[in-house]
Design a protein around this ligand. Sequence first.
Ligand code: SF4
Length: 396
Amino acid sequence: MHAYVAAGGYVTRDDDDVLARLAAADLRGRGGAGFPALRKLESLRAAAAGERVVVANGEEGEPLSVKDRYLLRFRPHRVLDGLEHVARLTGASRTYVYASDADGLRAVSVALKERDPSMPVDLVACPGTYVAGEETAAVNWIDRRDARPTDKPPRPFEQGVDGLPTLVANVETLAALAALCRAPQGDSSAATFLATISTPDGARLVELPSGLPMRVLAEHCGLEPGGAVLMGGFFGGIVPLAAVAALEPAALRTLDSSLGCGALLALGRGHCPVGVAAAVAAYFARHNAQQCGVCQHGTTAVSRLLAAVRDGQADARTIAELERLAALLPGRGACALPDGVARLVRTLIAHFGELVRMHADADCEACREAGAAFGASDFRVEPPASDKARATETCA
Ligand code: SF4
């Protein structure tokens, strides 16, 4: 902790100063949705007077992402610093750190012994399911219900933990907020983001400045320029790497993609985008909460149809049905999982339409070799076991 304090950590700033820094940096949530952090904070500040709650959400359900576990395990003071700032700004009297990673929670517990925070911090171990990191799932679990998303409204800032106004913030968002507060006034570049970059050869965690040209990242990480990339964990769809100008929301929106949790998988020659999309859809079908009709029917149907395309058992009607479902699914679930399924289908057809149609006419060697046994769990990335040899690297 001493090193963190010596580097400017745990500095106290007045509310207007912190809010101005957040506005200047246009800090967005790093959990996946990319919602403006300032708007979320203002929602809680505007809530009726009384007790308020802040939850540091470190539950990282995305198989391709390790950054939240990295922060909890190796940089817990960054998270706690951000949590203190947000508690102060919102007048919260109770805070939680919520995660399934036992090593991460242990490290936070040690950090709390080093620094006695100004507000109570409870550590909550949740189940490590895909949907447990969704904000209403976090509230439900803390309130001793199943860690499953529920319909909104009410949103947590209206009715959260114990019915109190609650802000659920991703741990990287909190760490970025703390970095902005540590930085000299006007330096918005401090809010770098952490990206998990995977290739068939392995994964690395990289610290990136906002808006980094994709060309620079591809050179740094040795990504195949002509390949495809699965963006945003499983939520940003699948796009040609060469089409991604920069790793920033506006550039990705032009491709119907998104940065999501900052994880990306660059596919190698042995990975066909169709086979990978089928594997991701199968993962969604297995790991959704099976409580909304849209997942019970729509997500399952997309998985079945993409498997048929991959296996050469599809025709034009299959593709038309995929397009119909992709238009139907968004916004219909208690969480955003169906939106992710729809984006996967839309981007596959928009960017790799020829390849999709080719699967109806001819055998795909990559899909045949990988076969149905190839699953999204094959992509699962684990955080580094130790921080001895710098777990993150900087790419700029
Ligand atoms: S949309 Fe799907 S994953 Fe989300 S809560 Fe409903 S059933 Fe669960």
